[in-house]
Unconditional design. Structure first.
Length: 457
């Protein structure tokens, strides 16, 4: 049976007070609309349609793998579905979701589709402590069957006492849905075409109308303003943190943990407070992450330690940290940093697009960019690879067991042979042969008994 998935995302989101369309605001690093689409990923749909309106250009540019129907102007949820009618395929089921209700779960969406089975109208409802603003589910006092949805603004004082609200999500028989939305009027408190009016139409036709209750409130909570966005963010983070802890990850404080992407992990991983993980991060067995780290797109192998205040961003290229490596505190790893086992990167050291072999160390105040660094290299404090000539980038190759003293500039392209030593303060512009000592700096001059100038009166 054909399945259409329709996501309504044309509304303005006035209360966000933002130039960004509401559904593009981010929750845990993914747009609200992106969350809804992710929940639908596993559903075998014949059509996935997003209804756009406000900020349509932006929303469409940011969204892949769906088709779009524009709704201009926006005259209500019923009007939105009217626009989508020509794009609906088959006679099966149409699932309608909201672009600003991000945490709907796949299992719930599936349950709606299965209960609809192409012939029943199925509403996702929720019992709310405070149902203000929600459409109320009106049930038959005798058999409990759903009779209608009445919007908050149109509800009588008695109807407003009902705590069962409509979540804004439903599954409907596609053919009947087309017919019903064609018959909607806007004769109501808001002068809008209400999709919710189709419920009474279905009841009048004697079609089965079911209300399925959401298991948890988070699934059906919408985002209307930055306060609600932050509340859903915290709820989502708490859920992720709990899943990780149940899988064995030790979080010092789940309330001070943020994951905006995917975290895969081995056993005995420990994460201290206030760390942010983004993109794809993998942490091997026994990895420990100190407080206040930001870690994005990197693979960290078993036993590595990431000390406090470290910033790692592999971006698209990725980055990797080898087994037993020690990184930080205050280290910065950038795209293409490939660190071997037992590498040490200390405070205020930046590594970009560079490979460091086993046991190499850069412990203080240094820069390694576009470099290949051999095993056991000691790279002194304040030393840098000058990899950029103002137009192009060049590589630096440092052999095994090289000792680079403090405050050196290695002007790329350059290569330093195995076992060579670079004297502190050198600016190296020529190749250094294996085993050589290279010193490139002004010779020291000492003037005996030097008298410093004094201030003139
Ligand atoms: C809607 C429901 C209400 C339900 C509530 C749950 C109707 C008439 N009412 O009310 O019963 O309790 O959601 O949150 O459906 N949209 C469009 N085009 C439009 C209008 C809205 O695409 O012309 C989209 C919005 O972007 C949003 C969704 O539809 O994603 C819901 O619209 P909204 O204005 O928030 O409806 P509510 O008044 O909250
Ligand atoms: Mg709403």
């Amino acid at each position: 049976m054909a399945l259409n998935i329709v996501i309504m995302a044309a509304g303005k989101g006035t209360r966000m007070k933002s130039a960004t369309p509401k559904v593009l605001h981010k929750l845990a690093g993914r747009s609200l609309l992106g969350h809804v689409l992710k929940s639908c990923e596993a559903l075998a749909a014949d059509a996935r349609i997003v209804i756009t309106g406000h900020g349509a250009d932006q929303v469409e540019a940011a969204t892949q793998g769906v088709s779009f129907v524009r709704q201009m102007p926006q005259l209500g949820t019923g009007h939105a579905i009217q626009q989508v009618v020509p794009a609906l395929v088959g006679e099966g089921t149409t699932l309608i979701l909201n672009g600003d209700v991000p945490l709907i779960e796949t299992t719930t969406a599936k349950a709606l589709i299965e209960a609809c089975a192409g012939h029943a109208l199925v509403l996702l409802t929720v019992d709310l402590a405070d149902p203000t603003g929600y459409g109320r589910i009106i049930r038959d006092p005798d058999d409990g069957g759903v009779l209608a949805i009445v919007e908050h603004k149109d509800a009588t004082p008695e109807q407003r006492l009902i705590h069962e609200g409509y979540s804004g999500m439903m599954a409907a028989p596609t053919g009947a849905l087309k017919r019903w939305v064609g018959a909607l009027t806007n004769n109501n408190a808001q002068g809008e075409y209400y999709l919710t009016d189709i419920v009474a139409m279905a009841v009048a036709e004697g079609l089965p109308v079911l209300g399925i209750k959401a298991h948890n409130e988070i699934e059906v909570l919408g985002v209307n303003d930055p306060v609600q966005l932050s509340q859903l963010e915290r709820a989502f983070q708490a859920r992720q943190a709990e899943q990780l802890m149940r899988a064995g990850v030790r979080l010092a404080d789940p309330a001070r943990f943020d994951l905006r992407g995917t975290l895969t992990h081995g056993q005995d991983v420990e994460i201290d407070v206030n760390c942010v993980f983004e993109g794809d991060v993998s942490l091997g067995d026994g990895v420990r992450v100190g407080a206040h780290c930001v870690i994005r797109n990197v693979k960290i192998a078993a036993g590595a330690r990431i000390h406090e205040f470290t910033h790692i961003d592999g971006e698209a290229a990725g980055a990797s940290v080898g087994e037993g490596a020690l990184i930080g505190p205050f280290a910065r790893l950038r795209p293409g940093a490939q660190l071997g086992a037992e590498v040490h990167i200390g405070n205020f050291v930046e590594v970009k697009n560079s490979t460091l072999a086993k046991g190499a160390k850069a412990n203080h105040l240094a820069y390694l960019g576009d470099a290949t660094v051999g095993e056991r290299v000691n790279y002194g404090a304040g030393s840098i690879t000058a990899n950029y000539d103002g137009a192009n980038k060049h590589r630096t190759t440092i052999g095994d067991d090289v000792h680079v003293g403090s405050n050196c500039v290695l002007v790329a392209p350059i290569s330093i042979g195995n076992g060579a030593t670079i004297g502190g303060g050198s600016t190296i512009t020529k190749e250094v042969a294996p085993g050589d000592l290279a010193v490139a700096r002004g010779k020291q001059v000492s003037i005996a008994g030097w008298t410093r100038p004094t201030k003139k009166r």
